[in-house]
Design a protein around this ligand. Structure first.
Ligand code: NUP
Length: 216
């Protein structure tokens, strides 16, 4: 996946009005937007369809899908039918659950991102001990796209070394959660950024300063 300016906006606002107000200002800088539970639970899955159509962007849906294979497949089918280009899937549920999402994606010409280790502090308790195994599982399954934390660069580096240089790694945790954009891009292909942009007094200025900081 190509990501303009190496930034994926996490569109965690709670209405389409807020989403449009933000995107009218900043959409020229972006071509990939991540939509998760906040906006979809507030406005319905049509939010995915509407943002994609109105702003001509790729949509990564962040539902951290983590159910049995049969249910995962239904979630993936419905999400892709709504227009999502990619779906973020939890790895800890095991290969059969992940495979059902991959199968749905392949049938519809879409993509799956495998979530390895999460970026928040609590991830160190249960997820960290298995996150490298999750990355290895992804490689064994032939998965191309991964999500890993910008808040623990030593872990992100390890994930990159497991998945190889040709895999595509996107990384949340930049800004508000403490991760540094430029350092993260030593290991990741693109950053996922939400609050540092949409809560900024001037989202355009915030986005421009992040872009300036990562240009080399
Ligand atoms: O490990 C993860 N950490 C994380 O923050 C996996 C995620 N998908 N996210 C998501 O990235 C989180 O749900 C939010 O949508 C975005 C980060 O937003 P922010 O911290 O930049 O506001």
């Amino acid at each position: 996946m190509e990501v303009k300016n190496k930034i994926i906006l996490a569109l965690d606002v709670l209405s389409m009005d807020q989403a449009r107000e933000l995107l009218d200002e900043i959409s020229d800088y972006l071509d990939t937007i991540k939509i998760g539970y906040p906006l979809v639970l507030a406005e319905g899955l049509e939010a995915v369809t509407q943002v994609k159509e109105e702003y001509q962007c790729k949509i990564i849906t962040d539902f951290k899908v983590a159910d049995i294979p049969a249910t995962n497949q239904k979630i993936a089918n419905v999400t892709f039918q709504a227009g999502a280009d990619a779906l973020i899937v939890h790895g800890f549920v095991g290969p059969d659950s992940v495979a059902s999402c991959v199968e749905s994606a392949e049938k519809q010409g879409k993509e799956v991102f495998l979530l390895t280790e999460m970026s928040h502090p609590g991830a160190s308790q249960f997820l960290q001990p298995v996150s490298m195994d999750i990355a290895h599982m992804g490689v064994e399954m032939g998965i191309q796209n991964y999500v890993g934390p910008s808040t623990r660069l030593d872990r992100l580096e390890k994930i990159r070394s497991i998945i190889g240089k040709d895999s595509f790694l996107i990384s949340p945790g930049v800004g508000t959660q403490g991760g540094d954009p430029k350092d993260t891009l030593k290991f990741a292909d693109a950053l996922i950024i939400g609050r540092s942009i949409y809560l900024a007094p001037d989202p355009v200025e915030s986005l421009e300063s992040i872009i300036d900081s990562i240009e080399f």
